[in-house]
Design a protein around this ligand. Structure first.
Ligand SMILES: Cc1ncc(COP(=O)(O)O)c(C=O)c1O
Length: 433
């Protein structure tokens, strides 16, 4: 069965709104380390890692062995009606790592469910349905999470369970405040936040939710300290702050274990998913017991925190911490970002190279007026694939390349990817002249 035949079957039975990458979409059939092989036998270095989910890589012995042992026990699922030792162990570790005092953890199966849960908790706790979100955000595909997503391309409906107000700040490159210094940028965004609270809410807002580095929004990085400055204003009103760490958690940003730590603030709640299971479906919320126990009705996630996904998560966390992959993300992230900034100097259609650790974004523009260059992003996706590198795409206008390889990346692989990117950027620049 060729990719083309598989694609035809896919188009017949799967929704149109589940987008596929590439003019000729591929199936990934094998993985090893940071490399994957497609159904027609081509091998690639994977710099998107299942959308940041294969945090450590493919076929990691320590994780596969733990999963096999769990499978051999005969127990894949029991439900939360029974004690789940692996879930308790994982919750203990995450509670401690969160640095949130007196923390409890709830497990679900995805980032969407994690955020839906956090929103439920915050709105119940505060007895308010008002929420603050960031422009250009993405928080999931559920009814509540679409409502707080500030990106037209991912807003499937205008119906919403909350009154949502959007503030400036996370996406600096096209912000009206972009030319200000970091300190003045933060001041301008804080003023905007105050004005939004005063002019668009009743004051008793439940929470603000923010991604420390916007993922789908094109790996856009606000200045460090922005959310710390926001938190001071939120505290004046008793508004809770939720950090969506679905992409930024587990050390991926290099400098910190949680992305929000760059802002000098401990959030009231954090949500997580993606990388924690190194491919197995898991998500969750960590927050103080007070907030977690604000729900008085019964509520469960049947599959959430099941023995298999929590086994994978415990093994993934142990591997990440034992091998200090955060430090590796910091080192190789700097190398790749630095290398790409050098490349950008010779190619004006590369408008911005940004990121933290192994979350690296390249925003492509039309030289001259700087408007979004979606065509270049599409061409670069193809050009890198042809040369053996898988990367992602995103941003409000679909003009940002996104790279987030497994955090076990080696120096040689970083060099190999840089070579491919350098060549692809040069070829596409030439083609577009
Ligand atoms: C920051 C952020 N939050 C939430 C989600 C939703 O996660 P999921 O797709 O697992 O539901 C995503 C997915 O990309 C995300 O990037």
């Amino acid at each position: 069965m060729t990719h083309a035949e598989l694609l035809a079957r896919h188009r017949t039975v799967l929704p149109n709104w589940v987008a596929l990458y590439y003019d000729e979409p591929i199936e990934i059939v094998r993985g090893d380390g940071r490399r994957v092989t497609d159904g027609e036998g081509r091998t690639y270095l994977d710099f998107f890692a299942g959308i940041l989910t294969n945090a450590i890589g493919y076929d990691v012995k320590e994780i596969s062995d733990a999963l096999r042992a769990q499978l051999d026990s005969g127990v894949v699922h029991t439900s939360t009606l029974y004690l789940i030792r692996q879930q308790i162990e994982l919750a203990e570790k995450i509670a401690e790592l969160s640095e949130i005092p007196n923390a409890k953890v709830f497990f679900a199966n995805s980032g969407t469910e994690a955020n839906e849960t956090a929103l439920m908790l915050a709105t119940q706790y505060r007895r308010s349905n008002q929420v603050l979100a960031l422009r250009n955000s993405y928080h999931g595909r559920g009814f509540g999470t679409v409502a707080i997503t500030g990106n037209r391309g991912w807003s499937a409906t205008s119906l919403r369970p909350f009154n949502v107000s959007y503030v400036h700040g996370a996406y600096r490159y096209r912000s009206p405040f972009r030319d200000l210094s970091d300190a003045d940028y933060i001041k301008a965004c804080v003023n905007d936040l105050r004005e939004v609270i005063q002019t668009t809410t009743a004051g008793d807002v439940a929470c603000m939710i923010a991604e420390p580095v916007q993922g789908v929004g094109g790996f856009s990085v606000p200045p460090d300290g922005l959310y710390g400055a926001f938190k001071k204003v939120l505290d004046e009103y008793g508004i809770l702050f939720i950090s969506d760490e679905v992409q930024t958690g587990w050390g991926r940003t290099g400098e910190h274990f949680w992305g929000i730590q760059a802002h000098g603030v401990t959030p009231d709640a954090m949500t997580f998913a993606k990388g924690l299971g190194n491919g197995l479906a898991i998500g969750g919320v960590v927050c103080s017991a007070d907030l977690m126990d604000a729900i008085s009705a019964n509520s469960i996630s049947t599959f959430g925190g099941n023995p298999l996904s929590t086994t994978a998560a415990n093994a993934t966390l142990k591997y990440l911490l034992d091998n200090d992959l955060q430090q590796n993300a910091a080192k190789l992230g700097d190398k790749i970002i630095g290398g790409l900034r050098d490349v950008a100097e010779a190619h004006p259609f590369v408008g911005d190279v940004r990121g933290k650790g192994l979350m690296i974004g390249v925003e492509l523009v039309l030289p001259g007026d700087g408007s979004p260059n979606q065509a270049a992003a599409g061409k670069l996706l193809e050009a890198t694939r042809e040369r053996g590198l898988l990367v992602g795409k995103g941003g409000l206008y679909g003009n940002v390349l996104r790279m987030a390889p497994p955090m076990s990346l080696t120096e040689e692989e970083a060099d190999e990817a840089l070579d491919i990117l350098r060549e692809s950027i040069a070829v596409v620049d030439e083609e577009m002249k």
